[in-house]
Design a protein around this ligand. Structure first.
Ligand code: NAD
Length: 361
């Protein structure tokens, strides 16, 4: 999770900023609002690697026309009562993903389960934003995407798969929920960029250099290790999970796959990314799911922590802690360099800079 910075920006102002930048780049207001919700939510949840720091990618993609800024909907190519194949028509990833997740949710409400695979899409940000749409309606949600190659598979020297994030969320009681949202590499690529910006070295288990040796030097990184790290630490399990995501996204939908996915921040062809969304109605299975789900989470939270730690968490708790911090501060905390970066983009697009307050936190 990100560390708190010292500049606080309220969420309505962040929304104004993203919508204005996207519309100045040629996106429709509807599309800009969907993207804004995703990016602001990412920062609010503490996933700064996939929040406003990525605005330059979305504005550039729409501005140069390699991504469609709106004015049409994704197309349902074929469907059954519980499945659909969707073409995203090269719209912004969150616009496509929101549409597709909502199709999966509707199908789960009638058939007990909905599974939707997508092609013709773009970078979709945090996987959890989609699965949580299902869980807010009492369903289990799953979401995953392929992405451009940064992972070096076990025993390889060369990048092949993306970080291929996946999310699984499940409702407990009184608004509580399990919210797993993770890359299949040890960390998201943005965490290496943040370490580099701060002049810090990497922990072991994150990256390899071009000779295929593990490196802690940010300037020597040739690619990311799969979740688990080197082979002796079972990195092949992260590699296997990334393959699973690739199968359910690109292989199942016919999207671009694996090493052939367009490199991030290049513009020669549409990204044609693949996603997959699942919604499951627990009511189609044993009675009392949310009671048992709550017991499962509480049982783990109530375990005795190791010395030096205050509590045992379940997935979603770190995000909840970050959101509580933002609520206390009255906005999202940013490092001054992040604000400078965002103000430079605003200036280049003729958009008003972010209004913010400076606090120490
Ligand atoms: N669109 C893309 O191409 C792309 C690629 C990579 C990552 N992402 C997104 O980036 C975000 C960050 O990914 P990440 O892998 O760095 O996440 P992360 O390592 O910060 O967290 C992963 C998961 O672990 C949980 N967690 C963290 N600490 C915990 C603890 N002590 N106990 C129990 N659970 C704990 C979190 O709640 C979260 O669900 C995610 O939202 C992901 O979807 C997107």
């Amino acid at each position: 999770m990100a560390e708190a910075g010292e500049i606080i920006v309220n969420m309505a102002e962040l929304d104004r900023y993203v919508v204005s930048c996207m519309m100045a780049s040629g996106a429709t207001e509807d599309s800009a609002r969907v993207l804004s919700d995703l990016l602001v939510t990412a920062d609010y949840r503490g996933h700064y690697t996939h929040g406003l720091c990525r605005i330059d990618v979305y504005t550039s993609d729409v501005k140069c026309g390699v991504t469609c800024g709106g004015g049409k909907d994704p197309t349902v190519v074929k469907e059954t009562v519980a499945t659909a194949l969707i073409d995203g028509n090269n719209l912004l990833g969150p616009v496509v993903g929101k549409f597709a997740m909502d199709v999966a949710i509707q199908k789960a409400k009638t058939a007990g389960v909905g599974i939707v695979t997508v092609r013709g899409s773009n970078h979709y940000g945090i996987a959890g934003w989609y699965s949580l749409r299902a869980t807010k309606q009492g369903l289990l949600g799953m979401s995953m995407t392929n992405s451009d190659k940064v992972m070096i598979p076990t025993r390889s020297k060369t990048r092949s798969l993306g970080t291929n994030p996946l999310s699984m969320t499940a409702p407990g009681k009184d608004g509580d929920s399990f919210e797993l949202d993770m890359a299949c590499t040890t960390v998201a690529w943005g965490k290496v960029e943040i370490k580099k910006m701060k002049g810090e070295t990497l922990p072991t288990g994150w990256a390899l250099d071009k000779g295929g040796k593990e490196t802690c030097d940010t300037s020597a990184v040739a690619g990311l290790l799969p979740l688990g790290g080197l082979e002796q630490n079972s990195g092949y399990k992260g590699y296997g999970l990334a393959m699973m995501v690739e199968i359910l996204t690109s292989v199942l939908s016919g999207a671009e796959m694996c090493s052939f996915v367009r490199k991030w921040k290049t513009y020669e062809k549409p990204a044609n990314l693949g996603h997959c969304f699942l919604a499951i109605d627990p009511g189609a299975f044993a009675e009392g799911f949310t009671d048992r789900m709550q017991n499962l989470m509480d049982h783990n939270r109530n375990l005795e922590p190791v010395e030096g730690e205050e509590e045992v968490l379940v997935a979603g708790d770190p995000e909840r802690q970050h959101m509580a911090l933002c609520d206390k501060l009255g906005g999202i905390p940013y490092h001054p360099n992040q604000i400078e970066f965002l103000d430079d983009i605003a200036k280049s697009l003729g958009v008003d800079p972010l209004e913010h307050v400076t606090k120490s936190c």
